[in-house]
Design a protein around this ligand. Structure first.
Ligand code: ITT
Length: 185
């Protein structure tokens, strides 16, 4: 079975490949921009994006909308994570967190999967903390400032360790359960 991963982010594709290849699912990276509606709900972004992609005749794909929700910033950057990453970047998030004691944050990943004419939408979460400085060179995006356990950041651990606890890893496990329930794997 082959699924397109529709994203501008090759880091996401690598994580899907690692987790889904063991179930005989091959991933194909497709850069195909789609409208991401402005809403505070990741699932709504995913469902509307899927409608648009399907209306163009594309089937058998995954889309992924993710975000970092920082407790002390009342959930910012959340659904604006991609914009925040491009503009203020990790140094900007660290600056907003300067002197803030409550470092708690949550990563969320919503996966929309169109497969064999069915739609599966699942969301995985991962709690962690925002570190005091950027650390590590692996991963992408907010990984150098996010730590699942307050010790190493996601950019300091191998991908398998990240996937074992991450928002995307948790979402993929829900997707695998749903694919099994549908008898598709
Ligand atoms: P697409 O929308 O094209 O898939 P994107 O990178 O813009 O790619 P999102 O809007 O889902 O993806 O992600 C919002 C931001 O959160 C973006 O800057 C990502 O780099 C970052 N992000 C998403 N997942 C992440 C992860 O596992 N680790 C670190 N940062 C992540």
């Amino acid at each position: 079975m082959r699924l397109k991963v529709i994203t501008s982010n090759p880091g996401k594709v690598r994580e899907y490949e690692r987790e889904l290849s063991q179930f005989g699912i091959e991933m194909e990276h497709l850069r195909h921009p789609y409208d991401e509606v402005q809403t505070s709900d990741l699932e709504e972004v995913v469902n509307k994006g899927m409608d648009a992609i399907i209306s163009e005749g594309i089937r058998d794909f995954i889309v992924d909308d993710s975000g970092l929700f920082v407790d002390a910033l009342k959930g910012f950057p959340g659904v604006w994570s991609a914009y925040a990453q491009k503009t203020i970047g990790n140094p900007g998030i660290l600056k907003l967190m300067d002197g803030v004691e409550d470092r708690g944050a949550e990563f969320r990943c919503c996966i929309g999967c169109d497969i064999a004419g069915k739609r599966i939408v699942v969301t995985g979460v991962c709690r962690g903390v925002i570190t005091d400085s950027e650390r590590g060179t692996d991963g992408f995006g907010f990984d150098p400032i996010c730590s699942p356990d307050g010790e190493r950041t996601f950019a300091e651990i191998p991908m398998d360790e990240k996937n074992a606890v991450s928002h995307r890893g948790n979402a993929v496990r829900l997707l695998i359960e749903a694919l099994k329930d549908e008898g598709l794997i």
